[in-house]
Design a protein around this ligand. Structure first.
Ligand SMILES: [Zn+2]
Length: 81
């Protein structure tokens, strides 16, 4: 059971620019089993962990989950006392 989030369909931009307001776009494409083609992916932040961030890759057309990836990031950990 995953929480349903409101989904806003992507409108094709005639200028070919990704809409930054919709989230981050990765340059790479992945194969979507639902669309039966290589599709641009949408990157969604799943979890923020102390050692990095976990992202989920979604099909830009049908929001099918194409996989997840951990990104390890060096950053300062702020401890609030
Ligand atoms: Zn798809």
């Amino acid at each position: 059971m995953s929480p349903k989030k409101p989904f806003h369909p992507i409108r094709p931009n005639s200028a070919g620019r990704p809409q930054s307001s919709f989230g981050q776009f990765e340059a790479s494409e992945l194969f979507c089993s639902r669309c039966q083609r290589a599709v641009p992916v949408r990157k969604r932040l799943l979890l923020i962990l102390p050692e990095g961030e976990k992202y989920e890759y979604l099909c830009a057309f049908c929001s099918n989950s194409l996989g997840t990836k951990m990104e390890f990031e060096e950053r300062e950990v702020q401890i609030l006392i």
